[in-house]
Design a binder for this molecule. Structure first.
Ligand code: GAL
Length: 855
């Protein structure tokens, strides 16, 4: 390269980095008034997205943040996870998935703002609501009330985080991206239960936060009396009715739930995109100025971070970005279009009070005008059943039931929440057999070699302690493991009738505070039982065989994520409360006050045999035919990474319940627990009307978490060590890696969706209510539209994957679509006479439905 050229380049680089530096290091003045947040004197309409850093891996963070940015998001919002950072008192961890500073800087580099919800109580379906378990055992501590030890530790941690952010200059007041910080979480909803300790604690928390002097405002969500200058904010499926507690505070929505979390053994909730968009548009229509999706990317509860109890390892949340990091379509795309439409209104929206027009009991328009006369309007129809035609400023508009139209110029509809124009992705988990690692070629491909280690059913090594009666599970393990063995022995006299031929079997009856249990009698698994998301306690009875002489009862009690919310939640215990056996000559024997011998955790856990440096701590038995349906079994195999770079899920459908690691990295709890067939599922979801988590569920009668996300960055190209601990029995030879791939796209668009290209809104002089209706299809990068599986212009119906022709159908539909789309990675099909027979079925509104394969 010539000298002058390189000089030129370095100058260019200098200016590039200098402008970056200027953009991100100039302190911003963040204030607010009744209408909005004001950053350096500019009012802001802000779309925010929750992405929790430990629910993915650092290698995913830049991609997630840029997908959020591309989706029209201005702000990333995250909680801070105290128990992931303060592992024991004063012992801090900020590496790997817990590298908070790195995460905030990635957000900053993307040019986005950040809301830091320090909590440090967070709920969040996170183990113990984010508060370290050790704090419960600091004498005299009661969480979240006017209690000195709790307040002291909370203040210490809050200050630590604030100082860390200050040191790295991450507050907007220092030129960083953080524009708001949160203290506590939804305390107002339960404050009264804490009696005299409640209000003083909430007020203390606010004051303590404000005294941290971070230079940007503090928020408290669901804290109805948050004292000035702290802003109280709303969390709900809908927040249009919310008003802050003072006329000087703006209307902020910190949690709009675009889906819901899952619990093991329950059905799979979905919130339709039409309803999410409706709730957001209504919020801005009615004076809101900052809205956050909780979650925008839910991600994964790796390790034992899931709370609940019973929250699944997946925290997908049906969010706009799926667990694996792929944009969920059409949800992500529909909201992206909404964000564009909202941004077109930003200026008009944030300056004056709106004029409100009513068209009927359930229809209204809010018209916002700024001083220069720029006008934006929102027209809503909250009728849950009926569409409505209405006339606004001499133009007539069609408003579907339960929808809002956004008119950035008070004339043309840029967006209607119920008209989903964005294409849908067809996503599949493509299975791939576990392949023996090329690092161990002697084992040969396909012919996978397994190493097996079986735990003892009962006490291994020396007992930890013994006691007459039961201990609380959690107080004993202090959550260092999920597992606690309760064992006892019982002498059976030869004279017992059940020992004689034809005698009926005795019955064991067990009661537990939770969460799950496997019962072994004389080393054999006799029964498994568990509570569930709505009742964590359980009892069960099971026939058992006893022999004359000594019998051993070994009960493996398990936690499945600790309580994460609710008043005094830290006192909810777990473990066995009663064990009785019926069928003795003298009736029932109560073993509850027997001598019980206890052992915390499993031998394999204790010896760290899932960690790279602990793999050789036991004698594994090597075999190509690992035992099937055998309880308490560790399996280990050295495998290759699945090919390509698609995200990976581990298919555990043929396994029972247990934990899993790859290269020592904790995927952790798996449990393909089946939801009841009697749960109500609604595969055809009506988006109209108020959403509740059980409204649009799927998956009744199916195992509700089959795949477990294994981040690509955890794989090496070969020689990956997969370790599984199976509690009750499964078939490891049926485990596979599945790649998450987009195999097709669908689109469905009607000629009554008359809104144009949002990107060219103000440039497009021709744009008016008559804009062309087009359908866009797009395969993921590096894939092409390889075939058209379905196309119908006319009156098709159904949903993606099962479209059907209607009575009106243009027979040339498929060839028309093929002509435009075949072998392209994306295409745009206009509903025009060049492409279709527009004279078909006169008077009827026409739709184009297409399903195409991507390969
Ligand atoms: C809220 C809470 C969040 C999360 C959410 C449900 O009440 O603030 O942390 O738990 O519910 O996903």
């Amino acid at each position: 390269m010539a000298m002058s050229e390189s000089k030129h380049l370095s100058l260019l680089f200098f200016f590039f980095f200098f402008s970056l530096f200027v953009a991100f290091s100039l302190a911003a003045n963040v204030t607010y008034d009744r209408r909005s947040l004001i950053i350096d004197g500019q009012r802001k309409l802000l779309v925010s997205a929750s992405i929790h850093y430990p629910r993915s891996v650092p290698a995913m963070w830049p991609g997630l943040v840029s997908t959020a940015k591309e989706g029209g998001v201005d702000v990333i919002e995250t909680y801070v996870f105290w128990n992931g950072h303060e592992l024991s008192p004063g012992n801090y961890y900020f590496e790997g998935r817990y590298d908070l500073v790195k995460f905030v800087k990635i957000v900053q580099q993307a040019g986005l703002y950040l809301i830091l919800r320090i909590g440090p109580f967070v709920a969040a379906e996170w183990n113990f609501g984010g508060v370290p378990v050790w704090l419960h055992y600091v004498p005299g501590t009661v969480f979240r009330t006017d209690n000195e030890p709790f307040k002291r530790h909370m203040q210490n941690f809050t200050t630590l985080i604030v100082n860390l952010m200050k040191r790295e200059k991450l507050f907007a007041s220092q030129g960083g991206p953080i524009i708001l910080a949160q203290i506590e979480n939804e305390y107002g909803d339960i404050e009264r239960v804490y009696g005299d300790g409640g209000k003083p604690y909430a007020m203390w928390a606010a004051k303590m936060a404000v005294s941290q002097d971070i230079g940007v405002p503090w928020i408290m969500c669901q804290q109805y009396d948050a004292p000035d200058p702290v802003i109280n904010t709303c969390n709900s499926f809908y927040c249009d009715q919310f008003t802050p507690n003072s006329a000087n505070k703006p209307k902020f929505w910190t949690e709009n739930w675009p889906g819901w979390f899952k619990t093991f053994g329950a059905r799979d909730p979905h919130r339709p995109p039409e309803d999410i968009a409706f709730s957001v548009a209504r919020f801005f229509q009615k004076g809101g100025s900052l809205q956050n999706y909780y979650m925008y990317h839910g991600g994964t509860n790796f390790d034992r971070t899931a709370g609940g109890p019973f929250i699944t390892t997946s925290y997908d949340y049906d969010a706009p970005i799926d667990e694996y990091g792929l944009a969920r379509l059409p949800k992500w795309g529909h909201l992206k279009e909404l964000h564009k439409a909202l941004k077109l209104c930003e200026h008009a929206l944030l300056y004056n009070e709106p004029t409100v027009l009513t068209f009927g009991p359930l229809q209204e328009a809010h018209i916002y005008t700024d001083s220069s006369g720029v006008c934006a309007a929102f027209i809503s129809n909250v009728d849950e059943e009926n569409d409505k035609m209405l006339t606004f400023r001499n133009v007539s508009y069609h408003l579907p039931a339960w929808s809002v139209s956004v008119l950035p110029d008070c004339k043309n509809v840029a967006f209607n929440t119920a008209k989903v124009r964005h294409h849908t992705n067809i996503v599949e988990m493509a299975p791939e057999k576990l392949k023996a690692s090329t690092m161990s070629p002697e084992k040969g491909l396909e012919n996978l070699q397994w190493d097996v280690f079986t735990e003892k059913a009962g006490i291994w090594g020396d007992a930890d302690f013994s006691k007459n009666g039961f201990v609380d599970h959690l107080n004993t393990t202090k959550d260092s493991t999920d597992y606690l063995w309760y064992t006892t022995s019982l002498h059976v006299d030869e004279s017992e009738k059940f020992l004689s031929k034809g005698g009926s079997h005795p019955i064991i009856r067990v009661e537990s505070k939770g969460h799950a249990l496997h019962a072994f009698v004389n080393k054999e698994l006799k029964a498994s039982a568990s509570g569930n998301g709505s009742d964590i306690t359980f009892k069960f009875e099971s026939q058992i065989a006893l022999k004359a002489g000594i019998n051993e009862i070994a009960l493996l009690s398990m936690t499945v994520g600790l309580q994460n919310a609710g008043p005094f939640y830290e006192w909810v215990g777990a473990g066995i409360t009663s064990v009785k056996i019926d069928g003795f000559n003298n009736g029932t024997i109560d073993l509850s006050s027997n001598t019980w011998i206890y052992k915390i955790g499993l031998e394999g856990e204790h010896l760290n045999i899932y960690k790279p440096d602990g793999l050789n701590n036991v004698k594994w038995v090597s075999t190509p035919n690992p035992p099937k349906n055998q309880p308490l079994t560790w399996y280990k195999a050295v495998v290759d990474a699945p090919y390509g770079d698609d995200p990976v899920g581990l298919d555990m459908i043929q396994m029972g319940k247990g934990q899993v690691w790859l290269n020592g990295e904790p995927v952790r709890r798996y449990w393909p627990r089946t939801s009841s067939i009697h749960d109500e599922c609604h595969p055809k979801c009506n988006y109209r009307g108020k959403f509740m988590p059980n409204k649009c569920s799927t998956g009744c009668g199916e195992p509700n978490q089959r795949w477990y996300h294994v981040p690509r960055s955890w794989f090496r190209s070969s020689g990956n060590v997969l370790v599984i601990f199976e509690e009750k029995g499964g078939d490891p030879t049926k485990i596979s890696f599945s790649r998450r791939v987009v195999t097709g796209v669908c689109g469905f668009i009607s000629d009554n969706y008359p809104f144009g290209d949002l990107d060219s809104w103000d440039k497009n002089s021709e744009f008016n209510g008559e804009a062309k209706v087009t359908l866009q299809l797009k395969c993921p990068e590096s894939k092409l539209i390889s075939s058209i599986r379905f196309a119908s212009f006319g009156t098709p119906n159904g949903t993606c994957g099962s479209y059907l022709k209607g009575n009106c159908h243009d027979p040339d539909s498929i060839s028309a679509v093929e002509k435009i789309c075949a072998n392209k990675s994306e295409c745009t099909i206009a509903l025009s006479k060049e492409n279709f027979n527009m004279d078909l079925c006169p008077g009827l509104s026409k739709t184009l439905a297409v399903e195409a394969a991507c390969s």
